[in-house]
Design a protein around this ligand. Structure first.
Ligand SMILES: Cc1cc2nc3c(=O)[nH]c(=O)nc-3n(C[C@H](O)[C@H](O)[C@H](O)COP(=O)(O)O)c2cc1C
Length: 361
């Protein structure tokens, strides 16, 4: 129990805290002012130093997912939630204030019971097509959301998008800055993961044992460079492409604009889709590296990438845009979807007490 919080509010905040975030960086802080039935959600930019997260867009999306979780959890506690986005114009990190009001007519959202079991599943999935009801439920969840969502189950598209997704590893392993960032966010033991509470616990990456051993070597840039000269970054990408393509479908969420608010709202939709997949017994993994690199390139931040890498990113992005008929819209998020065995491990979270602020006034 957190002093000064009702157990209802605590459950709502815990739902927010279990949202997904890039590298599990958990870039949020919740403020609950005594006497007010309001939750403020603030983005913590210092938590997200990721070279992927151009303009904190990945973290705006993660905050959106946390908002959606809280609104869903609030409904099952009998609250209606009004979300006021960016309530203080001068504060770009105050993402939203959620005003909660008890409402006897509110229907509890059926997705509430899946908030605790939603997970990024990086296992190989079955390639079986989705059942008609699964496809319909998924598209229905997207239809009520923000942006435009498209799904493809065509084997050639799934295969191609699997390769697109793995272009991330090809580029990342051959780029000193991205390589250092990634490996500094891998936690090699459960104890390290429990201590750091952010980053990727190695078991959640689902690497086969020989690959896990190789990864331990690859964390040293001097060694990685030698292996890259032998084409290892491309080999890893090829193996990941096969894992990515072991899926029933690929989906993409497209946005007309790429402002912070667009990404917050996109985060809400992505979370609804993810919870819907969980409710259907389907597994989901985001494949977003190339999409965030593209935002960086579009903003003129080329310096991180070599000319060859810039071309690989642009070409890969073009494939996604073509397959999903993006028609000028930005592809904010891509996922693979299918039926996979339960993940080997789950990502940890900061304890709620460290995430919630209850100011005395
Ligand atoms: C904006 C964003 C981008 C992400 N991109 C990827 C990705 O490209 N590949 C991946 O495997 N997971 C990706 N994830 C999943 C996170 O790594 C994951 O949510 C986090 O590690 C916590 O784990 P959980 O989702 O199992 O709770 C992304 C999540 C978010 C919110």
């Amino acid at each position: 129990m957190i002093h000064g919080l009702s157990s209802e509010l605590e459950r709502i905040l815990a739902a927010g805290n279990s949202a997904p975030s890039g590298e599990n960086c958990q870039p949020w802080r919740f403020v609950v002012r005594p006497g007010l039935s309001e939750i403020e959600i603030h983005l913590l930019p210092e938590r997200d130093q990721s070279p992927y997260s151009w303009g904190q867009r990945a973290s705006y999306l993660a905050n959106g997912a946390a908002i959606e979780n809280m609104a869903i959890a609030a409904s099952s506690e009998g609250y209606r939630t009004e979300v006021r986005y960016f309530p203080r114009e001068e504060d770009e990190w105050h993402v939203a204030t959620l005003a909660l009001a008890k409402d006897p007519t509110i229907k509890p959202d059926a997705l509430a019971s899946f908030i605790g079991t939603r997970v990024s599943n990086r296992k190989v999935y079955e390639k079986k097509p989705l059942a008609r009801e699964e496809r319909a439920a998924f598209l229905d969840a997207a239809a009520n959301g923000y942006g435009e969502f498209a799904l493809t189950e065509a084997p050639a598209d799934v295969e191609r998008l699997g390769r697109v997704g793995s272009t991330n590893e090809e580029v990342m392993l051959a780029n000193h800055l991205l390589h250092s960032f990634f490996f500094s966010h891998v936690n090699w033991t459960e104890a390290e993961d429990r201590e750091k509470k952010v980053g990727f616990y190695i078991k959640t990456l689902e690497l086969p044992p020989p690959a896990e051993a190789m990864f331990k070597l690859f964390r040293h840039w001097t060694i990685m460079r030698i292996f890259n000269a032998l084409g290892f970054n491309r080999l890893v990408a090829k193996q990941n492409a096969a894992v990515n393509a072991a899926a029933s479908a690929m989906g993409a969420l497209m946005l007309a604009e790429t402002d912070p608010l667009d990404f917050v709202k996109a985060g809400r939709t992505i979370e609804r889709l993810w919870l819907t997949a969980t409710a259907l017994g389907l597994s989901l993994q985001p494949l977003t590296g190339i999409l965030f690199f593209k935002l960086k390139l579009d903003a003129g931040e080329h310096a991180v990438f070599s000319p060859v890498q810039q071309k690989r990113i642009s070409d890969a992005y073009q494939d996604v845009a073509r397959i999903f008929s993006a028609d000028g819209k930005h592809i904010a998020f891509m996922v693979r979807l299918g039926r996979g065995a339960a993940p080997s491990a789950q990502a940890i979270r900061f304890p709620l007490a460290e995430v919630v602020d209850i100011p005395s006034k």
